[in-house]
Design a protein around this ligand. Structure first.
Ligand code: I3P
Length: 347
């Protein structure tokens, strides 16, 4: 019942019972219209055309994944909508993104290989290019899924430079902002009814745990089929712990299994050539459990790029424009400590 985020665009993947929450559904959310709203700063913000609205609705329609006679309805909860489709036996197709493909090609030869979905190659279907990945959920029964985006920032240095050079106003991001805090926009932003993407992304990082803890919960799907993306203000360790306890409620062995897997991931990162040579932006950890099993994978590499030649990053030093630090290990260390505490409480 869950799905991954896609190439081309970071974002999380959760397959969920379709349309549980109207604001998480498709077609009407501002997420779906994001690129359609992009306008030059001085121009008036246009409304999306009727066709674009229909197109977005169509792209969001959930699909049915079948594996070993089980059927899973899939709806993408986070990130760019409409990027996935059912794959072959036990795989999914994700829209092609060259940055992500380059990562997967290297990851298949790296010590991180056991911690990422297996990459099966490229495939063209109905004039659209996809990558084929193992569906991480096929071996779970009625899977519970949580997506956590890692790192202290969610935009790349390139994106920031591009945005500075050519600032564009986003009406959809203004709307998302006022839904959470109508007092946040400046008078000028209220007048324009639009904000720039870096402005939104930085604010979003600050109100959630991204800037303070180096990760944020993006979405959770529980075993009863309920789903939530309502974690934009989940900021403190205590709030994160409460969300994880709720996520694992009734699954007594999950916390310990997650804790052990987090330790393994931490150790593998220390040995990984891929990790030491890349800047990880917008990449997530996908947590999946059922009554028997619990596992974690690294997913979403559409904004993970090779570091400039001869540049080394610690993945935990503070970020300053130009130093490429991503804070990935800050997030992993904090998550490890959270799971350690929860594990100690559980025994
Ligand atoms: C989105 C989130 C995504 C980002 C997207 C944002 O905000 O920050 O990571 O996509 O930008 O709208 P939210 O989670 O609050 O909905 P990228 O990481 O691909 O930039 P977009 O609307 O330009 O796709």
């Amino acid at each position: 019942m869950a799905q991954t985020s896609y190439g081309g665009y970071a974002g999380s993947w959760l397959t969920v019972t379709p349309l549980n929450h109207a604001h998480d559904g498709c077609g009407t959310s501002s997420d779906d219209l994001s690129s359609d709203w992009e306008v030059e700063e001085t121009r008036q913000v246009p409304k999306p055309s009727a066709w674009k609205r229909v197109r977005n609705l169509v792209r969001c329609t959930p699909f049915i994944q079948t594996y070993k006679k089980q059927k899973y309805p899939w709806v993408q909860l986070a990130g760019h909508q409409g990027n996935f489709r059912a794959g072959h036996h036990g795989t999914i197709f994700k829209k092609f993104n060259s940055t992500e493909v380059s990562c997967f090609e290297k990851l298949m030869k790296d010590v991180l290989r056991p911690y990422v979905p297996a990459f099966k190659g490229k495939i063209v279907q109905e004039d659209e290019t996809y990558i084929e990945l193992d569906d991480l959920l096929v071996n779970f029964e009625n899977a519970c899924v949580m997506d956590i985006k890692i790192g202290v920032r969610t935009y790349s240095e390139d994106e920031l430079a591009r945005a500075k050079g050519n600032p564009k106003l986003r009406k959809d991001m203004y709307e998302k902002m006022i839904q959470i805090d109508s007092n946040e926009p400046t008078e000028e932003e209220h007048r324009l009814k639009a904000i720039t993407k870096p402005r939104y992304m930085v604010w979003r990082e600050t109100i959630s745990s991204t800037s303070s803890l180096g990760f944020r919960i993006e979405g959770i799907k529980k075993s009863d089929g309920t789903t939530s993306r309502d974690f934009k203000r989940t900021k403190t360790k205590e709030q994160v712990m409460a969300a994880i306890l709720d996520f694992t409620d009734g699954f007594s062995s999950a916390i310990n299994k997650y804790y052990l897997r987090m330790q393994n991931i931490y150790d593998a990162l220390a040995k990984s050539e891929f990790f030491s040579s890349h800047e990880f932006i917008g990449s997530s950890l996908l947590f999946v459990h059922d009554k028997q099993n619990a596992n974690i994978w690294l997913i979403d590499f559409a904004k993970t790029v090779p570091l400039p030649l001869h540049l080394h990053i610690s993945h935990q030093d503070p970020w300053k424009v130009g130093n490429h630090e991503d804070g990935y290990l800050i997030g992993i260390s904090n998550l490890l400590s959270i799971f350690k505490t929860l594990n100690e409480k559980a025994v």
